[in-house]
Design a protein. Structure first.
Lengths: 186, 204
DNA sequence: GCTTTAAAAAGTAATCT
DNA sequence: AGATTACTTTACAAAGC
């Protein structure tokens, strides 16, 4: 059976880590080709990896944020590349820094058009934000799993805020059930 | 103790002055928008509730006052678009929208999404269009919304397209530019919605 | 609160040809 | 009248204002 859950695609993973070492970002900006560092704008140095494609924000404290990767494996791979680059510059990096996934953004397709007006009322105006004058998506905050779902008229959805790989799947099954119970799923 | 007493008076005066300022701002903006007195009173009630619930902390008084007025217009069934409200406020549209979502959630206003039909009388009269055109535009909105075309679309753009289509059908043609100007949307939006609505009506 | 980074959804808008 | 680019919304971490 191919259902909405099979259409789930991870679009972005945000993770944080730290090398356990303070950094001189001015020096790092000179030594790392392609690094962007504008301390007047933002305290972090921006470094992008090509393969896998990701962006890292490196801070003076040695803490690092990695975003833009398409999977958790890619996050580890991209950060591994960065750790090695730092080691190449004789910067001591912990053996295996702990990497924490902070947010996973996924997209999916429910396979039916949605009447967002009816859905806003059916799901309960208190849990829903639907202001088509400001944004075409209906914002639904789900408690378990604790994620936020953006639902569009096309039936395409975005699930964000999850930290577990299977949060998106659980959320999709749950939202499909709730929409179906309202008789609003084609 | 005397200090405390004086401070209480000072705080009370400051709060009173802020409230007076907010209410006078609501009055000024409401006049500029031409909304009836009853809506101003609803807006004042919403503002006082926000004040009592301590929702103003971290937000500008003007922003909350503007959002209260925007919410009151919706609650009373004579909505103004965020663009229109922003024109008479000194707060940027983005902040008004954000503050509205916040107070709406916190006060549990539970306002339904804006119905495009509620813009028809005001936009149509600004364009000197007849009752017949208004009725036709309303019908176009009902039919196309029923066919699922409204999901995710801006209510002002949807209403503008229906009015444009109705003006053509009733031989009281207004240009896309004229309708776009009163509804504060672009001609491109009217064109896109118009095509879908005409098809939904079975014309074309 | 804000700043920056990434990505999707769909609507609206500004600008250029 | 297209096409392109860009902005709206959601979540999240980081350091500092």
């Amino acid at each position: 059976m191919s259902g909405p859950a099979d259409s789930i695609e991870i679009q972005n993973v945000v993770a944080s880590t730290g090398i356990g070492q303070e950094l001189d970002l001015e020096a790092l900006a000179d030594d790392l080709p392609g690094a962007d560092f504008n301390p007047d704008n933002f305290p972090g140095l921006v470094y992008r990896t090509q393969e896998p494609k990701a962006a890292a924000l490196i801070f003076r404290s040695g803490k690092i944020v990695c975003t833009g990767a398409k999977s958790i494996d890619d996050v580890h791979e991209a950060l591994g590349i960065i750790f090695d680059k730092l080691r190449d510059l004789s910067i001591p990096v912990d053996e295996e820094p702990e990497i924490t996934v902070q947010n996973i953004v996924s997209s999916a397709d429910l396979g039916h058009n949605l009447n967002l007006n009816a859905l806003a009322i059916g799901l309960g105006l208190e849990d829903v934000e639907y202001e088509p004058e400001q944004f075409p998506g209906l914002v639904y905050r789900m408690d378990e799993p604790k994620v936020v779902i953006l639902l569009f008229g096309s039936g395409k959805i975005v699930i964000t805020g999850g930290k577990q790989t299977d949060d998106a799947e659980t959320a999709v099954e749950e939202i499909v059930e709730r929409i179906d119970a309202l008789g609003l799923l084609g | 103790r005397l200090r405390k007493w004086q401070e209480r008076i000072r705080t009370k005066d400051a709060g009173e002055r802020n409230l007076q300022f907010a209410l006078s701002e609501i009055d000024r903006m409401a006049s500029a928008l031409g909304v009836p007195r009853s809506v101003r009173e609803v807006a004042s009630v919403i503002y006082r509730r926000a004040l009592n619930e301590d929702l103003i902390r971290g937000r500008s008084i003007e922003g909350v006052a503007t959002s209260a007025l925007y919410a009151a217009c919706r609650q009373e069934g004579i909505p103004r678009s965020l663009d229109e409200v922003a024109e008479v406020s000194r707060v940027p549209q983005k902040e008004i929208g954000r503050t509205y979502r916040y107070i709406s959630q916190e006060l549990g206003l539970e306002l339904k999404p804006v119905d495009p039909k509620q813009f028809v009388p005001r936009f149509a009269s600004a364009l000197d269009l007849s009752e017949e055109v208004q009725a036709k535009a309303t019908e176009i909105i009902d039919v196309s919304a029923e066919q699922g075309l409204l999901s995710g679309k801006s209510p002002t753009g949807f209403a503008a397209a229906a009015i444009y289509a109705a003006s053509l059908l009733c031989n009281e043609k207004k240009t896309q530019r004229e309708v776009a100007d009163v509804a504060q949307v672009t001609e491109v939006t009217i064109r896109n919605r118009y095509q879908e609505q005409i098809e939904a009506m079975g014309f074309r």
